[in-house]
Design a protein around this ligand. Structure first.
Ligand SMILES: Cc1cc2nc3c(=O)[nH]c(=O)nc-3n(C[C@H](O)[C@H](O)[C@H](O)COP(=O)(O)OP(=O)(O)OC[C@H]3O[C@@H](n4cnc5c(N)ncnc54)[C@H](O)[C@@H]3O)c2cc1C
Length: 429
């Protein structure tokens, strides 16, 4: 039965790869040395590379797979501040001054993405459409309202509430209990954005070496030696932008980042009239459940791209697709017979304190736990730190970044946590 949801040309690859096929980067051989070696060719790595290369540092970006193969060419393209904690929670953790600075910085990241795309003429369908954050219960609506009221006026987010009776102007669904609009949030085509960053990094002189997995990093006097699938390379500085794919070569970071699979589907093309009714303002949509779902239309407004975490354990996209389809139909019952053309997944990197982090440990620079906007923005700041540019300072510098004694590299606790979150989400509906 569940197989009936697939189109004849169904693919287990990201929908975005149709317009921007892999591989998109160069596959050069590895030089023997570089000033800076960056591990990971996603938004983080490339954005750091742009800074170091334009400051005249010989920069080499390596990736196990094709350039951008990780989250950066397979995400949903919903551009928000990437910050999960409210001002209230941030204040309790770090004090109100630091909380305000952190929030300001994450808004800077949003502005940065827009400006970067504009200044570099990146054709990636960036649209400041706003995000509708929908409440799955009355209680969740009250919490969203409290969070918005708690945002300091100085931030000028423009966020506003939508009462349940007005909801149909934002979404053609009766599933939710109202919500809020964040007007500065945006949508883009993630693979095209990545391609733009890639071309920009190359134009500044960065070398991209794909199919070059780093297996080991050895500290030497004043430099690093990286042992890779294409031989070894000596580097003055090393940056890691490996996100949810962080592995053995950087055990300190690996213990602090939990890879969690997130899954997406794209529907077959739908009639224009259906799309206009279901997602009238072209907004991107998230919801308040613990197991959040997120969705939008594709840039041509023909398909719905729908994502979330649906299975207890990691699974194949063909298995997750019917579950995501069911979640979509809960929100839009008229889509029951609509087929799925693409289903894919990727590993996001989660931190235990739900905060994005950047910094330097044992001489190695890192940035992790980020979404689209902060990945690029932190990448830029890390690049500036490498070259000693004071602009690289951020409000996130020096925040404690801890692992947990029970976690090394196997997130055994994921399935029970997801089971628990599912129960929480169902209990409240
Ligand atoms: C399905 C999905 C949907 C998402 N949707 C959204 C969204 O709508 N909005 C949002 O803000 N965020 C979203 N995200 C998260 C967002 O895409 C990521 O946070 C962001 O792209 C991280 O970029 P990055 O450069 O840090 O890491 P990545 O893009 O994941 O790049 C890491 C790279 O490191 C490489 N690598 C790892 N180890 C090594 C090694 N040892 N040697 C060489 N290379 C290595 C990997 O091959 C990979 O290419 C989504 C993620 C997924 C998977």
């Amino acid at each position: 039965m569940s197989q009936m949801i697939f189109t004849e040309d169904f693919k287990e690859t990201p929908y975005w790869w149709e317009r921007t096929p892999r591989p998109v980067g160069s596959d050069e051989s590895l030089p023997e040395s570089a000033d800076v070696v960056i591990i990971g060719s996603g938004y983080t790595g490339l954005s750091a590379a742009i800074q170091t290369a334009q400051h005249g540092r010989h920069t080499v970006v390596v990736d196990t797979e094709d350039a951008g193969w990780g989250c950066s060419s397979r995400n949903g393209g919903l551009v928000s501040t990437s910050l999960k904690l409210s001002f209230d929670l941030l204040s309790r953790k770090f004090g109100s001054k630091a909380a305000l600075d952190i929030l300001k910085e994450s808004f800077n990241a949003l502005t940065w993405v827009e400006r970067f795309i504009h200044e570099n003429n990146i054709d990636c369908d960036f649209r400041k459409v706003g995000r509708y954050h929908a409440a799955h219960t009355d209680q969740a609506l009250a919490q969203i309202e409290a969070d918005i009221k708690g945002i300091p006026k100085a931030l000028n987010t423009g966020a506003y509430m939508i009462e349940p009776q007005d909801q149909h102007t934002k979404i053609g669904s009766d599933f939710y209990h109202g919500g809020a609009v964040y007007p500065h949030h945006a949508s883009l085509d993630p693979a095209r954005f990545h391609q733009g960053l890639l071309e920009c990094a190359q134009s500044k002189g960065a070398q991209i070496v794909s199919h070059c997995k780093v297996d080991r990093i050895e500290q030497q006097k004043g430099s690093f030696k990286l042992i890779t699938a294409k031989g070894s390379i000596t580097a003055g500085d090393v940056v890691i932008g490996t996100g949810g794919y962080t592995g053995n070569p950087t055990p300190w970071q690996q213990r602090r980042i939990v890879p969690i699979g997130t899954y997406m589907i794209a529907t077959e093309p739908l009639p224009q009239e259906t799309i206009t009714r279901l997602i009238p303002n072209d907004r991107v949509i998230t919801d308040s459940r613990k197991l959040v779902v997120y969705y939008r239309t594709c840039p041509e407004r023909r398909r719905i791209i729908f994502g979330g975490r649906v299975s207890l354990r990691e699974t194949r996209p063909r298995i997750s697709a019917p579950q995501l389809h069911q979640q979509m139909v809960c929100r839009f019952p008229e889509l029951e017979s609509v087929k799925v053309s693409h289903s894919w997944m990727g590993f996001m990197g989660y931190t235990f304190d739900e905060m994005p982090h950047l910094g330097k440990h044992d001489g190695i620079y890192y940035s992790m736990g980020v979404g689209i906007s902060l990945a690029g923005y932190f990448g830029m700041r890390i690049g500036q730190k490498v070259v000693g540019d004071p602009q690289g300072a951020t409000a996130f510098d020096g925040l404690p970044f801890s692992g947990r004694f029970y976690y090394r590299k196997n997130p055994w606790f994921l399935a029970p946590s997801i089971y628990y979150y599912r129960w929480l989400d169902q209990r409240k509906t």
